[in-house]
Design a protein around this ligand. Structure first.
Ligand code: ADP
Ligand code: GLC
Length: 487
């Protein structure tokens, strides 16, 4: 099959979260199954043009009344098989994408021209296909930034060489929908009948994800549990109705992980590889981690790690807020060390920084670093994810593969990947709680720490059980192919 991924971020080129990992590793898995896969994404400022190959000629994209001009570049996706390489195309429009932040920066929570930027991008992908004379069977959009791709296909572009092209929309996070003032709608060049009849209208605003949900031939999200949750009022972010309406065409497919990148036996970013047969590399990673963060290097003290966006979705309000039971109480009351790397909401960055000044066993790095992310996954004993909601979550799967036991809230993809510890039988792969309250987090961390000190044999068995679990894309990529075939 010919599959075109249209996306706003993909590793190793640009990443703000799991979307970038998921799209690249899914693409590689699909190519390994014999499909012809190409990816189109914006060229942001950090993506060095000089390392890319320009396509000849400029490309004009119609945006309502005007035409925007851009350049197209391409390169090969690293990590894809040499026998079936993946071409990655970049839309280079300096004014729209020549920025450091993908969707925002320190001064703009959400760039004011985001609807215009991503409408332009969604429209441009069809022209790239014409330019390279390659027309896919499946055009696969991800989240609100490319949700207009299925809309364009449904309203006007499913003709000529796109006559047999089908569209898929994957929802990675319902919390971000691309809701903007409807003045922006004219950039789409679509008629107002599409605004009202195609699902854009959201109480007078323009909702890009909602329009994509109405237009796509098939829809999915990134775990089975989250798929069910999104059809409820609690987790549906006001789109539970449209998702229930589309439920015959809507399913959950769990993300896989790229086991070339996230594999303790082959990881180049940790001091020494390790596996269930020889765990000594994990101990060395722990020592390196403790040294890196200026903590006492003591193998006996349990280390809790976090690698996360510091936003409400990740439960940081409950974890780092002022209530009793929050991280301050955890670190004051328990014999443990806590390390965190993250960026996000300013209040939270300031709070965790202040906390690290007050607590000798709580260390923080505000920033983004793949190296430290890998070191925390490998060197920690426990990994905390008290998510408010979690469509899939990749970090808990990375943790399990690295023998680092996840402490997670029972929600979304965390339910589908972590098995709660049963003290009677010793079974399980992590520790789970239900209520998102500081007390529940405190008690569950306490339970994990107690188990660490008092049931080391259970901990070791759980570690090995997690490390043996198969989180590769093999199964899930086949499920995507079934969805493509059914569309
Ligand atoms: P989400 O996409 O909601 O942020 P996921 O668990 O799916 O959550 O994916 C997060 C990805 O981003 C993981 O690969 C994680 O390691 C990475 N990540 C998040 N914040 C940082 C950071 N500050 N430094 C390094 N990696 C990070
Ligand atoms: C989103 C979700 C996360 C998921 C990722 C990749 O960012 O928040 O749970 O793992 O997308 O699908």
């Amino acid at each position: 099959m010919k599959i075109l991924m249209t996306v706003s971020e993909a590793v190793p080129f640009a990443k703000t979260g799991g979307l970038a990992d998921a799209v690249s590793s899914l693409s590689i898995a699909l190519a390994n199954l014999g499909n012809e896969v190409k990816i189109i994404m914006p060229r942001y400022w950090r993506i060095d043009r000089t390392k890319l190959t320009p396509l000849e000629g400029e490309m004009g994209v119609k945006m309502g009344g005007v035409e925007e001009w851009c350049q197209v570049y391409k390169t090969a996706m690293p990590g894809a098989s040499k026998n079936n390489p993946i071409e990655v195309f970049f839309i280079d429009h300096e004014i729209f994408f020549g920025r450091d932040g993908l969707y925002s920066n320190a001064f703009n929570e959400d760039y004011i021209d985001n609807p215009r930027r991503f409408t332009f991008f969604s429209r441009s992908v069809f022209q790239v296909c014409n330019k390279i004379n390659w027309h896919p069977d499946i055009i696969h959009a991800h989240d609100w930034p490319t949700a207009l791709v299925p809309v364009y296909l449904k309203y006007g572009l499913r003709e000529g060489l796109f006559a047999n092209t089908k569209s898929i929309l994957t929802i990675h996070n319902l919390g971000y929908q691309g809701i903007y003032h409807k003045d922006n709608f004219h950039y789409t060049g679509l008629g107002w009948n599409v605004f009202y009849g195609g699902g854009f209208d959201d109480w007078g605003m323009m909702n890009m994800l909602k329009a994509g949900i109405y237009a796509a031939d098939r829809l999915n999200t990134v775990s089975e549990t989250y798929c069910e949750e999104t059809k409820t009022q609690t987790h549906g972010f006001r789109l539970d109705g449209p998702l229930r309406y589309r439920s015959a065409d809507y399913c959950g497919i769990l993300n896989g992980i790229d086991d070339k990148v996230w594999n303790p036996a082959a990881d180049k970013l940790i001091p020494k590889p390790y596996s269930t047969a020889d765990m000594s590399g994990k101990l060395l990673a722990k020592e390196t981690l403790q040294k890196h963060f200026g903590l006492e290097t003591n193998p006996k003290i349990p280390v809790i790690g976090m690698v996360t966006r510091l936003t409400g979705q990740k439960g940081v309000g409950e974890l780092f807020g002022p209530s009793y039971g929050s991280a301050f109480s955890i670190c004051s009351d328990m014999a443990l060390q806590f390390v965190l790397i993250g960026t996000g909401e300013m209040w939270c960055e300031q709070e965790v920084n202040a906390l690290s000044g007050r607590l000798p066993n709580f260390k923080v790095k505000i920033g983004y670093s793949e190296e430290i992310g890998h070191l925390i996954e490998a060197g920690s004993d426990l990994f905390l994810m008290p998510s408010r909601y979690e469509p899939c979550g990749l970090n808990q799967m990375y943790s399990l593969s690295y023998g680092t036991l996840p402490i997670v809230r029972r929600t979304g993809g965390l339910v589908d990947t972590v098995q709660n510890y049963d003290q009677k039988t010793g079974k399980g792969t992590g520790f789970m709680f239900d209520d998102l309250t500081p007390q529940a987090i405190y008690n569950t961390v306490g339970w994990a720490i107690w188990t660490y000190y008092n049931k080391p044999e259970d901990i070791l068995k759980m570690q090995k059980r997690g490390m043996k679990q198969d989180f590769s894309w093999t199964l899930s990529a086949k499920k995507y192919m079934d969805m493509y075939a059914a569309s």
